[in-house]
Each structure stands twice: as C-alpha cells, then as structure tokens.
Design a protein around this ligand. Structure first.
Ligand SMILES: [Zn+2]
Length: 288
C-alpha cells in the first residue's frame, strides 16, 4: 500500500469515526435530557385539570357533616325515649308539663335533623356524580397521549446505554485502523469538545467545510479532492475529507458552475508549479 493510499483510507476511516462519535454525542445528550423531560411530563399528568381533588375534599366535608348529624339524631332519639319513660313516674302537673315540653323539643329537633340529613344525602349523591365525571374526563385523549409519550420516552431511555456501548465498540474497531498521526489530530479536537463534529465533508456540490460552512478556495478544494493528504479547514480546524456523492440532476447545474472556476485555478496552479519546479511545495497539513 502506498503512502497516499494509506492516507486515503485513513481519511475515510476518520470520517467514519467522526460519524460514530456524533451518534454517541447525540445518544449521550438524550441520556442527559430524558430523565428531566420524563419527570416534567409526569408532573403535568398529575396536575388536577378537572378539579377532582377539590370535589373529593368537598365530599369529605359532606361525609363528616353526615356522621355528625347521625350522632345528633341518635342522641335526640335517646333523649326522647328517656322523656317518654319519665311520663310513667310523673306525680305533679308541673312535672307533666315539663316532660311534655322536653318531648316536644326532642321531636322537633329530630324532624329538623332528619330534614338536614335528607338534603345532605341528596348533596352527596350529586357530588359523587360530579366526581365520577371528573375522573372520567381525566382519562381523555390528551391524558392518554401524554401517557403514551411518557412510555415511549422511558422505553427509548432504557435502551440508550446499550446503544452507546455498541457505538463505543464500533468506535474502537474503526480507531484501530487509523494511522497514529491523523488519529492524534482528530483525538485532540474530540477530547476538547466530544461532539464528533471535527471532520468537514467536501463534495462537488458543496465545496465548503460542512462543519463551519466556510467556502474553500478553489486551490484548497482541489487539494481536498485529491484525497491524499490531511488538509484542515483554515477557519475551524476540522479535518477536510472528500466524499464522492451520486449524481443528482438537480445539482448538476451547481457542479458545472463550480467546475468552471476550478478549471481556471488548475491552469493557474500548473503555471505556478512550472515556476516553482525543483522546490518542495509547502503543504498545509494538519500534521504540521
Ligand atoms: Zn471549517
């Protein structure tokens, strides 16, 4: 394998490595963000949109009042029974009047409490209807959609770690194939940002660095297209790699336009070469 071929395959592998690293970067990003997203969605699920908890509190008050009235009723009924028992042992007219007054008070209290209980029971019935309705509304489409979203995120989240492990294994495999020098240039950039976005792709249709978007000079474009040495983007430092893309009729016009300016530069470059004959052309490489 010639040196140039070695570089060519290194460049292809470094591009592959950067793509794996970008995938790892996005998987790790999800891994960081998902737990927060999930708990946020769960939080909006528990918000009591239909006021169920408020209705339940009102129902509790009615139930407490109901128990209290039941007790009061029992008390009045006991009192009435005791007063009626007293009737048997009455000796004077005064006693008779007093006991009759007790009995009549107890009876009117009993009627009053019984009426209040009737109203209360009817209130409780209508309240339990409202509660059932609210609980039913809480399982409407919006609620179901939210639940589905949470389940989907939880499922994806639980699979992220194994996906990352898989990518890491692939990363080690690809790294092992790459020449030490190019790998060192890449690793330096990777270690500072960990994004994997350190290799700019250049194509016939896009003679620019795909990382920072800056246009390449025609000279630089040709250097990258030759694909036989490490060329770095002057703006962002990314390693530039040529990629052949399948012809796209819609983009052919763009290509032709670019070619025209490239042809002019080739002519210039050839002239330059003749003038510099014998000298080593200084290469701008990332290895330097
Ligand atoms: Zn760039």
């Amino acid at each position: 394998m010639s040196a140039a071929n070695g570089v060519t395959s290194d460049l292809q592998s470094i591009l592959e490595l950067s793509r794996i690293d970008q995938e790892i970067f996005f998987l790790r990003k999800k891994q960081r963000e998902f737990p927060g997203k999930i708990s946020q969605l769960k939080g909006s699920l528990s918000v009591d949109k239909y006021g169920t908890s408020q209705l339940l509190t009102k129902m509790e008050t009615l139930t407490t009042e109901n128990s209290r009235l039941e007790l009061e009723l029992t008390e009045h009924k006991d009192g009435l029974r005791k007063s009626e028992d007293k009737l048997m042992q009455i000796k004077t007219n005064e006693e008779y009047d007093a006991v009759h007054s007790e009995i009549s008070t107890r009876k009117s209290k009993i009627t009053e409490v019984e009426n209040r209980l009737l109203t209360l029971v009817s209130d409780m019935e209508s309240m339990s209807g409202k509660i059932a309705e609210a609980k039913n509304s809480a399982t409407d489409d919006e609620h179901k959609q939210l639940l589905e979203e949470i389940t989907a995120l939880e499922t994806e989240n639980s699979g992220l770690e194994s996906q990352i492990q898989e990518k890491e294994a692939k990363r080690a495999e690809v790294s092992a194939k790459i020449g030490q020098k190019i790998l060192a240039v890449y690793t330096r950039m990777y270690n500072s940002k960990k994004t994997g976005m350190h290799v700019g792709v250049v194509t016939d249709y896009s003679p620019a660095c795909s990382i920072c978007g800056c246009n390449l000079t025609s000279q630089k474009f040709l250097e990258v297209k030759r694909n036989d040495k490490v060329v770095s983007c002057e703006t962002c430092g990314s390693i530039l790699v040529w990629e052949e893309v399948p012809e796209d009729p819609a983009l052919e016009a763009v290509k032709k336009k670019k070619k025209k300016s490239v042809v002019a530069v080739v002519a210039d470059a050839d002239e330059e070469k003749m003038a510099d004959e014998g000298e080593d052309t200084p290469h701008e490489t990332a290895e330097e």
